[in-house]
Design a protein around this ligand. Structure first.
Ligand code: ASP
Length: 594
């Protein structure tokens, strides 16, 4: 066989109509079965796989070569397509009606014994798969995820191009852009002692583009945030970043609906209904106990404080007189045993509640609960009607400070009701975020980056703790997919906002003086959003974490087991950068095997 050509066809594209053709295929050995002299090989390429038969009568290669074939060998084969004999067809494979009768074979690349079974992940640790990510990428699951990723980007580009957006790149060696995380820093060799920051987002550059007359900008941008890891976080991640001049909040949300609808159509074949629901931040907390509600299921939180206003039940009365709240959810007919109900009480304690009252509605409508005797007939009836309860329903009630009640019930709601997988897709926008969030310690911290416009600057000046901002989040099945806002376009208001958010004028001048200067030159009103691509794709692919849809992800501890990053560097490199290691760090370096 000559190597002037490796293949004539893609394996996965062959069909019954190709019977009789002589084809040349190239790919990897996915399976190999030896049936006493006749060897069957599943040959896999990027398009799919097909069965190849090495029959001693028809192939001239020496038996030696055939016996050498092992899993994941890279080969090229020439042969004739024939219909599989009746009874040997495989309806589970698209090429299952046919097979290739091999006439010649060449091994293009042999494979060392595999470090793990490619198609059986059950006992392979993730770190092992990441060490050999190139092998993991050969699996059908990873190939599908890569395809979904490319389809997502393509649908986004296509939709945005159709809407007149211009794709513009922005730099990755910049000065800090605050998005609330720690910066990743890059030391400068040309000016030792100074550092670039990698962008937490292209925020300030996209705003400069609006000042620069680019009215519709987009970019599929890599962003870097030095954050502690969770299953849906990575040090570097990808956002679809968009911004529009002369845009209002509604323009942004409508554009997002168009983009997401196109992506979901292409990746999942589902036609979404628009507009997506819009729910205010305050309502989201009140109804779902979360600012990223999972609206695939009900179990909404109901306020029962009024109903228990005159109660004799001491636990509720005490909380209400201290200004707290009594709220509950109807978890539906759960038929839980006593031990499971006790476990719910433990869970509520773990989440910070003083207690949890459970109530089961019995067949005759009466209530079974450890506290029934403390509740009047009217309270019981009113509670059943407020929670729209039917026989067998389990009602869960929590009393305490309002924020705590919301978060405990919000979590119990998820614990009990969250659907498995992501068959159904529930997109929504959370709007009307406050400018500040209150921490558990009672401190005010900015809810968004400092370029977000307040709804009313006067209100912000007089009541910063309750003032609202023009910002919004996109949420899918209880995950925050993206965040955006209408921006401040007046330099004086921007300077004032820095101050209100706690950035001292000197610091604002040093860090953002150049930006305040830029805002002075006829800045158009503008607004935008950034959508996290990794999270979106992982949910659409029903993957449990974003690492599954990132071609070369890092582990939970920020390491790449394949290339060994982050890694030590030579002393000379440090010297050129004017960096000296802390003696303790150096000692740890030297003690550790490199
Ligand atoms: N920079 C984004 C925005 O458009 C927000 C983000 O990156 O999270 O507001």
């Amino acid at each position: 066989m000559s190597t002037e050509q490796y293949r004539s066809d893609n394996a996965g594209a062959l069909r019954i109509a190709d019977v009789g053709r002589i084809v040349q295929l190239a790919g990897w050995i996915d399976r190999r079965r030896d049936h006493g002299g006749v060897v069957f090989v599943d040959l896999r390429d990027a398009s799919g796989l097909i069965q190849v038969v090495f029959n001693p009568d028809s192939y001239p290669n020496d038996e030696q070569t055939i016996s050498e074939l092992r899993l994941e060998y890279c080969i090229t084969v020439t042969g004739t397509i024939r219909e599989r004999p009746e009874g040997t067809r495989n309806p589970n494979v698209i090429t299952g009606e046919i097979e290739v009768v091999a006439e010649s074979l060449m091994i293009l690349g042999s494979s060392a014994p595999l470090p793990f079974q490619l198609n059986d992940r059950s006992d392979t640790e993730e770190i092992r798969r990441l060490e050999h990510r190139y092998l993991d990428l050969r699996t059908e699951r990873m190939q599908r995820n890569l395809q979904a990723r490319a389809l997502t980007a393509r649908a986004m580009r296509h939709t945005l191009e159709g809407m007149g957006f211009l794709e513009v790149e922005t730099p990755t060696l910049i000065s800090s852009t605050p998005e609330g995380a720690r910066d990743m820093l890059v030391p400068s060799r040309l000016r030792p002692g100074t550092f670039y920051a990698l962008p937490q987002s292209p925020q300030l550059f996209k705003q400069l583009l609006m000042i620069g007359g680019v009215e519709r900008y987009y970019q599929i941008a890599r962003c870097y945030r030095d954050e502690d890891f969770r299953s849906d976080r990575q040090l570097e991640f990808t956002q679809l970043d968009i911004e529009g001049a002369f845009w209002t909040q509604n323009d942004v949300l409508e554009a997002v609906e168009k983009i997401i609808t196109a992506v979901v159509r292409d990746v999942r074949g589902i036609e979404l209904t628009t507009p997506f629901p819009r729910i205010s931040y305050a309502d989201a907390l009140e109804r779902y106990g979360s600012d990223k509600p999972d609206a695939r299921f009900g179990m909404e939180i109901r306020d029962l404080s009024q109903l228990f206003a005159g109660t004799d039940f001491r636990a509720f009365a005490g909380v209400l007189s201290a200004g707290g709240a009594v709220r509950g959810i109807n978890a539906g007919a759960m038929n839980l045993r006593r031990s499971a109900l006790d476990a719910l009480i433990d869970r509520a304690h773990e989440l910070g509640a003083k207690g949890l009252v459970w109530v089961v509605v019995q067949d005759d409508g009466s209530l079974r609960s450890p506290v029934t005797k403390h509740l009047s007939e009217e309270e019981q009836t009113a509670m059943v009607s407020a929670l729209e309860a039917n026989p067998n329903d389990l009602l869960l009630i929590v009393a305490g400070p309002q924020k705590l009640v919301e978060s405990v019930l919000g979590q119990l709601r998820l614990d009990l009701g969250i659907p498995k997988g992501h068959q159904e897709l529930s997109f929504l926008f959370v709007v009307d975020f406050p400018v500040f969030e209150t921490t558990d310690e009672g401190d005010l911290v900015p809810a968004h980056h400092p370029f977000t416009a307040p709804v009313d600057i006067e209100e912000l000046r007089s009541h910063p703790e309750t003032a609202l901002s023009r910002s919004y989040d996109l949420v899918l099945n209880g995950s925050e997919l993206g965040s955006g806002s209408v921006r401040i376009h007046d330099p004086e208001i921007q300077a004032e906002i820095f101050e209100i958010l706690g950035i001292a004028p000197e610091e604002a001048y040093t860090r953002f003086g150049w930006f305040l200067e830029a805002l002075k030159y006829g800045t158009p009103p503008h607004a935008g959003i950034a959508i996290g691509m990794d999270r979106l794709i992982s949910i659409l692919q029903e993957e449990p974490n974003i690492r599954e849809v990132i071609p070369f992800p890092k582990t939970q501890s920020g390491a790449d087991p394949l290339t060994g990053s982050p890694a030590r560097v030579a002393d000379l490199q440090l010297k050129e950068l004017g960096i000296e290691l802390d003696p303790e760090v150096r000692k740890a370096w030297e003690d550790e095997p490199s």
